[in-house]
Design a binder for this molecule. Structure first.
Ligand code: PLP
Length: 408
């Protein structure tokens, strides 16, 4: 069987698999080591009770002939899409209708599957550092070899770790705000500049707002659709993973406004919403009924309150970490309106290949804290390190104590 050559250019393993393997090796050598996990960014707080009850009830429905659900709608059940449209958008003055929402088994799948609808020669702009799925999925689609290309947008201290519109025209731009890994958040003005660019370039913006619930500053946009004309140029990807503890359950959604237009190679226009619907009906049989019932329960008042409380815990952890690292003399971005804390080198420091992994190893050996090396997110991440607030307050305070006692 002939294989996809594009896998040959991919890095040896997915970043978090490499981190996990190094932690395993370390544990094998230090069997008593009590490692505090601040790497992959998995949540630690359990599901809200309303969600668990809704899931249990839905599971019981599946055991009765009269309430059994087989294949569901590929786009997701109406009850969930209506709750999303109303609570996440309409009640905030944003015009999104339920038929523009596609329920998924998580944001990662949707993000990676998007390459199915890009033209083979499409040029894709990605921030550097980048959430690895954006880069790897485009690489698998051949965008490093035969098909189109990737334009990396350096995000460094020079631009406050935020990408700015390129001079060249591209077809697709990926924006992540609050950003994984740097923890920075795009302002209204910065997003407006991107929308203007996309209108002008006839480009599509993939706006990943998986961490929107972490924004507490009311002046910062949680949704790209808060800005005029965004419906004409942007899709928005959201996830219940980090907002509601769904990393294991798997559920998210992507918004495809009806007026989004792309162009085939012969110049004719195509409706992006309709293409995605066609793609989903062919390749996806919908997220599980039981999980969608659980997600719908998130839209009740008590669940919304408990989500806010959980997020406040993670945010507080991030601030504690950020302050401790700054007190230890590090340059730190993020940690505010975001669960991520990003350590970066001095402006004029000479950064060498391998610096991020050296920092990772130092943190692991000296503090018994696992982190993620910035270089795993791209060239501009070299010399940087990412920590997360996804932990208990007790572990976060313990991590801070360990950092204080170390040379880190
Ligand atoms: N987008 C970003 C920026 C993320 O950091 C993550 C998960 O870490 C995802 C998407 C994927 O989320 P999900 O668990 O819904 O697949």
């Amino acid at each position: 069987m002939l294989l996809n050559d594009n896998f040959k250019s991919l890095s040896k393993s997915y970043l978090f698999s490499e981190v996990a393997s190094r932690i395993r090796d370390f544990k094998a050598q230090h069997t008593d080591a009590d490692i505090i996990r601040m790497d992959i960014g998995d949540v630690t707080l359990p599901l809200d009770r309303c969600v668990a009850e809704a899931i249990a009830q839905a599971a019981m429905e599946q055991s009765c002939v009269s309430s059994f659900h087989g294949y569901g709608p590929e786009q997701g059940y109406g009850f969930l899409r209506e709750a999303i449209a109303e609570t996440d958008y309409n009640s905030r003055g944003i015009d999104i209708s339920p038929d523009e929402i596609f329920i998924s088994d998580g944001a990662k799948s949707d993000i990676a599957n998007l390459t199915d609808i890009y033209g083979s020669q499409a040029i894709v702009a990605l921030p550097d550092p980048v959430y690895p799925v954006y880069a790897d999925s485009n690489e698998i689609a051949g965008r490093f070899t035969t098909n189109g290309k990737i334009l990396y947008m350096p995000c460094t201290i020079d631009n406050g770790f935020k990408p700015t519109p390129p001079r060249d025209r591209v077809d697709v731009v990926y924006l992540c705000s609050p950003n994984n890994p740097t923890g920075t958040v795009l302002t209204r003005q910065e997003l407006a500049a991107w929308i203007d660019y996309a209108l002008d370039a006839k480009a599509l913006i993939v706006f990943d707002s998986a961490y929107e619930a972490y924004i507490t500053d009311p002046t910062l946009p949680k949704s790209i659709y808060e800005l005029p004309d965004a419906r004409k140029v942007a899709i928005e990807v959201r996830s219940y993973s980090k907002t509601a503890g769904f990393t294991g359950l798997r559920c998210g959604y992507t918004v495809f406004p009806r007026e989004l237009t792309g162009y085939f190679s012969d110049g004719t226009a195509g409706n992006i919403h309709d293409l995605w619907l066609r793609r989903q009906t062919t390749k996806f049989n919908g997220a599980s009924y039981v999980v969608q019932r659980g997600a719908a329960a998130l839209y009740t008042a008590p669940a919304q309150q408990s989500l806010r409380e959980n997020i406040a815990i993670y945010l507080n952890n991030a601030i504690i970490l950020r302050d401790a690292l700054r007190a230890a003399g590090h340059n730190v971005a993020g940690g505010e309106n975001s669960p991520y804390v990003w350590i970066y080198p001095d402006y004029d420091a000479e950064v060498k290949k391998g610096d991020s992994w050296r920092l990772f190893e130092r943190m692991l050996h000296e503090c018994r804290i696992s982190t993620t090396p910035g270089s795993g997110f791209g060239k501009c991440g070299e010399g940087c390190l990412r920590l997360t607030g996804f932990n208990t307050p007790e572990n976060t305070l313990e991590a801070v104590l360990r950092i204080k006692k170390s040379t880190f």
